[in-house]
Design a protein around this ligand. Structure first.
Ligand code: GLA
Length: 380
């Protein structure tokens, strides 16, 4: 059954009911900053904020896309796939998915009306792009009577992002959005491309603080970090940094540029932190878990250099609060959000105080919200 809110909106836009709908959650990156495309492990959680997509078939060879966010309808001739710019750039995610379909053995729909809605803030580092890719992929597949395994769905969505959108991301965002589970974290081995869930200890809470800042060159800076990591791996004579130890990175220092050394050191130490975090979570040791989260942030700040003054300010404020286990930037960096893992004694009033001091400092109102974990992408 298609959920009523998106059905009503679809009726309003297209004057008929959708045939199918799907939704995919956003994610927080729990720990493992820029470990995914280096073949390392990463832990995330799907969150109760979603991108939803509704769709109905058309017989006239037209692909219609309507975004509730921009309030615009874009009409393309079916199978006419080209990169879009400006206001239409959001189309690159569904178009990237459609572009990937033949390579994954799927046929594309011949015509459709599509509507997308979201309560996931775009540009906040919570993976609205991956959620859009997954939700549209599921909608296109339902429309054409095809099905897909979750791990393959993750690969297809990542392919769309790497090949069509042009961001050399790993599988964290798509993997967590696909494999999310309520009250669980998603643990991904990015080398083997395997997905597992780890129960969250009882009575822990996630808070997100959105800085409302996003570096204009974010995609370029992400690609630059990716490139530096690949160069460091090459200098270390390993296929990916996951194959190097901290001792090897230290020994290779004279042959690395200063930034390559810092990036590589961050990645190998972050991989170790993810592994320690799994052990701490299994043992219910939230104090150690929190310490690892904050250590991850400090490494992003000083070695990977993908933090910002705004993100650091929030982490500093949060970690002074005794109800906070740990806090860190979540996702690619260069803006976006900070995630805090807290006890239940961390209240709305604590969040408000942090938001107020942020506003005094930066003259921007940050958004702070309490999040729940969610299940992965699925038809609705
Ligand atoms: C973004 C990318 C992910 C991952 C993180 C950093 O969210 O899409 O693949 O690299 O940044 O860990």
């Amino acid at each position: 059954m298609v959920c009523c809110c998106i059905t009503e909106k679809f009726q309003l836009i297209y004057g008929r009911s959708p045939a199918w709908a799907a939704r995919a959650p956003g994610r927080i990156e729990f720990i493992g900053n820029h470990t995914d495309y280096n073949g390392g492990p990463v832990i995330g959680a799907a969150i109760n904020r979603y991108v939803s997509v509704a769709i109905a078939p058309r017989a006239d060879g037209v692909w219609n896309f309507y975004s509730d966010f921009t309030g615009h309808l874009a009409t393309l001739p079916a199978h006419c796939i080209s990169r879009q710019e400006g206001e239409l750039s959001w189309l690159n995610y569904p178009l990237g998915v459609l572009d990937a379909f033949p390579a994954f053995g799927f046929k594309r729909p011949e015509g459709f009306d599509l509507l997308t809605m979201s309560d996931l803030p775009a540009g906040s580092g919570l993976s609205s792009s991956a959620a859009l890719e997954l939700a549209t992929a599921l909608a296109f597949l339902s429309l054409t009577g095809q099905s897909i395994e979750r791990a393959r769905l993750v690969q297809l969505a990542r392919h769309a992002e790497n090949q069509f959108v042009g961001v050399p991301c790993g599988i964290l965002d798509q993997g967590v959005s696909a494999f999310g589970k309520v009250n669980h974290l998603v643990w991904i081995d990015c080398l083997l491309q395997t997905f597992a869930t780890v129960p969250l200890p009882a009575d822990v809470h996630f808070w997100i603080f959105n800085t409302h800042t996003k570096h204009a060159l974010i995609d370029g800076m992400y690609a630059e970090r990716h490139h530096e990591c690949m160069q460091a791996a090459h200098a270390l004579d390993v296929p990916l940094l996951v194959h190097a130890t901290p001792a090897q990175v230290e020994a290779a220092r004279p042959g690395l540029s200063a930034s390559q050394f810092k990036r590589a050191r961050h990645v190998v130490e972050e991989i170790a932190r993810v592994e320690q975090c799994i052990d701490a979570l299994r043992g219910g040791d939230l104090v150690t878990t929190g310490r690892l989260l904050t250590a991850s942030h400090r490494s992003s700040q000083c070695l990977f250099e993908n933090s910002t003054t705004e993100l650091d300010f929030l982490v500093d404020q949060l970690t002074r609060n005794p109800s906070v286990y740990g806090a860190r930037l979540s996702g690619g960096g260069f803006g976006g959000s900070v995630m805090a893992l807290t006890q239940s004694s961390f209240k709305e009033s604590d969040a408000l105080r942090i938001q107020q001091s942020y506003e005094v400092q930066f003259d921007v109102e940050p958004e702070g919200f309490h999040l729940l974990t969610a299940n992965g992408a699925a038809p609705i």
